[in-house]
Write a protein that binds this ligand. Structure first.
Ligand code: FES
Length: 153
């Protein structure tokens, strides 16, 4: 059952900084990302400054600060994928979608994120869309993929 931010926060004892990571994870699991309101609410509950919470949360890859699109696109930026052209793929996606990495399109269909190695290094550059791998992608194949996803959306 969906929970409110207050319900989630109140499951944790006040003033216990060790609860920070599980609480942030719970909030992200429920709402899909961490927004400013959540950071401030967590800060006042755990007695931690918002700047410190941002600092800690940004250190961990699993936390997101923007809402995900219907299609969440991950571009591998690990070394092997970089060597096979993932930077160009990322730039092409930014151009096609008209957003920067870490953002979501205005229509809410696409979000774009650069991530570290996804474990398919021999197949780079690798892109993952909603959990589905696309291997050896090129600028033209990524364009085709986005067109197909737009038709489905
Ligand atoms: S470097 Fe891209 S999958 Fe490993």
């Amino acid at each position: 059952m969906p929970q409110t931010l207050d319900e989630l926060v109140s499951r944790y004892k006040q003033g216990v900084p060790e609860s920070l990571l599980p609480l942030l994870q719970d909030i992200q699991d429920e709402f899909g990302f961490l927004n400013e309101e959540a950071i401030i609410r967590v800060g006042s509950h755990l007695k931690l400054p918002a700047s410190k919470i941002y600092g800690i949360a940004t250190f961990f890859d699993q936390f997101r600060f923007v809402t995900q699109g219907r299609y969440h696109i991950l571009v591998c930026r690990g070394t092997a994928c970089h060597m096979s052209g993932s930077f160009n793929v990322l730039k092409e996606l930014e151009k096609i979608l008209k957003i920067k990495e870490g953002h979501t399109t205005r229509d809410g269909y696409f979000s774009l994120e650069a991530v570290s190695c996804m474990g398919a290094c021999g197949m780079g550059p690798v892109v993952k869309v909603n959990g589905e791998f696309h291997k050896m992608v090129s600028n033209s194949s990524i364009q085709t993929l986005i067109e197909q996803l737009r038709k489905r959306a």
